[in-house]
Design a protein around this ligand. Structure first.
Ligand SMILES: *Cc1c(COP(=O)(O)O)cnc(C)c1O
Length: 363
């Protein structure tokens, strides 16, 4: 027995389990378990990363000046109100550390991203989940869970793992219903994939309010998950708080350089989006034809219902045996579903062919 005791809440955390990246005995695999961007990183980002090798003895720019200004130019935002992080995960974690503590409540949606409750427990706060409707965050349900202990509401929009999104009107309604001392965190990790005119990433709301921030990532459409790079856009007061709390060199040198190059390679980003625009609806239609239940998705992944936990597990094993790695999402309360990242044309077609055989074999 150790005399050391971690702070309350920490032992309640079920550690985050990342998507699998290998299958025993298989050399060629398609990793479709972490939504990493079908086309990989931009060749320009790879070249910039390689060039950075000779500078690795240098500390990175602690203020990520060039990167923040490049993000500001690219997205039309004030660079002074951008904070960069080692993935948006770091920023989501820092926000919780800054604004939540023991006794506070962090509100999120039933099938919302798992890092929100994990971050809450990490500071001794209580995660509170509001039920969803049709696998979509329900604004009224969220608002009805607000108490005088609520400090933060975390909304992934679009959401992972369901792929659903909340319309801009509903996000505004959610914000309007929150007390001014509750921070609304809009996690827009998949914003670049969405082309719906009733969707907005959160920029507009951040500009109108003191209690809203938006987080973004380079891990999805930009394909730089391995480098760990994300950013937050927020009101000056919150940016100031984050700048005090974050580590001075939280974003590494290679990430800063490659991130700029990735963002500037518009053709590569467009190709990634086009790949998704073609193969997401295709796979969704094909899986529905097989009698499976793909949830409507605006991200770069599809969550598919198999009707039972046993069948979802069998489908997972079947796909793995074909070298295709989906994501089991029982940890999200979705044991009857698998999440499958939209890969390249060949990968998506291999998924369809594999599941067609699975369905035929399990009839
Ligand atoms: C992938 C993902 C993130 C984390 O991205 P990083 O920037 O790699 O930390 C955040 N939120 C959601 C909803 C995600 O799916």
């Amino acid at each position: 027995m150790t005399a050391l005791t971690p702070r309350p809440g920490i032992m309640k955390i079920a550690p985050y389990v990342p998507g699998k990246d290998s299958v025993d005995g298989k050399e060629t695999i398609a990793k479709l378990s972490s939504n990493e961007g079908a086309l990989g990183p931009s060749p320009k980002a790879m070249a910039a990363y390689a060039k950075a090798a000779a500078e690795l003895h240098r500390y990175p720019d602690g203020n990520a000046e060039k990167l923040r200004h490049a993000i500001g130019r690219h997205y039309g935002l004030d660079a002074a109100r951008i904070v960069c992080g080692a993935g948006s995960d770091e920023l989501l974690n820092l926000l919780v550390r800054a604004y939540c503590g023991p006794g506070d409540e962090l509100l999120y949606s039933q099938f919302g991203f798992l890092m929100y409750p994990i971050n809450a427990l990490g500071v001794g706060a209580t995660p509170v989940a509001a039920p969803e409707t049709d696998y979509t965050a329900n604004v009224d349900a969220l608002l009805s869970k607000v108490t005088n202990k609520t400090r933060m509401v975390c909304l992934a929009n679009p959401n992972n793992p369901t792929g659903s999104y909340v319309t801009k009107d509903d996000v505004r309604r959610l914000h309007s219903g929150l007390p001014k001392n509750v921070l609304l965190v809009i996690d827009a990790a998949y914003a670049e994939y969405v082309s719906r005119n009733d969707y907005e990433s959160g920029v507009e709301l951040v500009d109108q309010a003191e209690n809203v921030v938006m987080t973004r990532t380079f891990s999805k459409i930009y394909g730089l998950g391995g480098l760990r790079l994300g950013w937050m856009y927020g009101p000056a007061g919150i940016v100031d708080v984050m700048s005090r709390l974050r580590q001075p060199f939280n974003v590494n040198l290679a990430a800063q350089i490659a991130g700029i190059a990735a963002m500037q390679d518009i053709a590569h980003t467009d190709a990634s989006r086009t790949n998704n625009d073609i193969w997401l609806p295709w796979l969704s239609t094909e899986l529905a034809k097989l009698g499976l239940k793909p949830l409507p998705s605006v991200g770069n992944f599809i969550t598919v219902g198999f009707g039972s936990k046993e069948r979802a597990t069998a489908a997972n094993d079947w796909l793995m045996n074909d070298g295709l790695i989906p994501r089991m999402i029982a940890g999200y309360g979705l044991p009857e579903h698998l999440r499958i990242t939209i890969g390249t044309e060949a990968e998506v077609k291999a998924v369809q062919a594999s599941l067609a055989k699975f369905v035929a074999a399990s009839k």
